[in-house]
Design a protein around this ligand. Structure first.
Ligand code: SF4
Ligand code: SF4
Length: 228
């Protein structure tokens, strides 16, 4: 399988962006990995940030609908690679933090740059994307990182953050409502600040995404409905 075939398969599976990062930049990936395929799906509707509260095998967690879709698509792509004779393993959200810094991988894969909102800003969608990855022993030419810089004379995300997690000096993870492993104080703050349409669903904070002007004006092919 070459890079063009891989891109075609990824797009067929619903991924909007695909890039290759060098495995050498990530010491914790499986030792046979030659390439880290970084995949992104556009999240153009807040519904993609809806989270469901799941209890599976004694583990309780909030699960973002978009992440379930990303993991399923990455697993399908990994199976296609295996069927073509390669080794491949999808990133899951159980192994992700230990194996790979996804934001670093997205930058090395040429998909975007890190913005002041601590998210990856892509040319087409700005920060309105979510990332997944597949490890493979197939060598693919790594991308050239892009050197765009958008956060010039802009601080809209800093002003939009409801908890002061975004500061001119950097990102304070302990104050972010989207923290994956919240302590008791953060859980209380999430209950106070997030919108819970039902007891087992909630919309995660996306203020630093919706405030960002980058990618707000999408090409017409991404419009969901005709403009009126
Ligand atoms: S997700 Fe919300 S709380 Fe976290 S940095 Fe963005 S705006 Fe601030
Ligand atoms: S809102 Fe402005 S400062 Fe924040 S990430 Fe977007 S461009 Fe950068």
């Amino acid at each position: 399988m070459d890079q063009d075939e891989l891109r075609l398969q990824a797009h067929t599976l619903g991924f909007d962006l695909v890039g290759i990062a060098p495995a050498s930049a990530f010491p914790a990936v499986p030792p046979w990995t030659q390439s880290v395929i970084v995949l992104a799906m556009a999240a153009l509707d807040p519904a993609w940030d809806l989270e469901l509260y799941l209890e599976q095998g004694g583990v309780q967690r909030w699960s973002k609908w978009m992440y379930e879709r990303l993991v399923a698509g990455a697993a399908r792509l990994a199976l296609n690679l295996i069927a073509a004779g390669h080794r491949a393993q999808p990133l899951t959200y159980e192994n992700s933090l230990a194996l790979l810094d996804l934001k670093k991988a997205a930058v090395l894969a040429g998909l975007g740059v890190r913005g002041l909102n601590n998210l990856i800003l892509t040319r087409t969608f700005g920060p309105r994307v979510r990332f997944g990855a597949v490890f493979t022993d197939l060598w693919l030419p790594p991308a050239e990182p892009v050197h765009d810089y958008y956060c010039v004379s802009c601080s809209l995300c800093l002003a939009a953050c409801p908890t002061g997690a975004l500061l001119p000096t950097g990102f304070d993870r302990s104050r972010c409502l989207a923290e994956f492993e919240p302590d008791a104080a953060m859980i209380a703050l999430q209950k106070e600040r997030l919108h819970f349409p039902t007891p087992h669903t909630r919309f995660q904070c996306a203020a630093c995404i919706t405030a960002c002007p980058i990618g707000k004006r999408l090409p017409t092919r991404f419009w969901l409905y005709p403009s009126t």
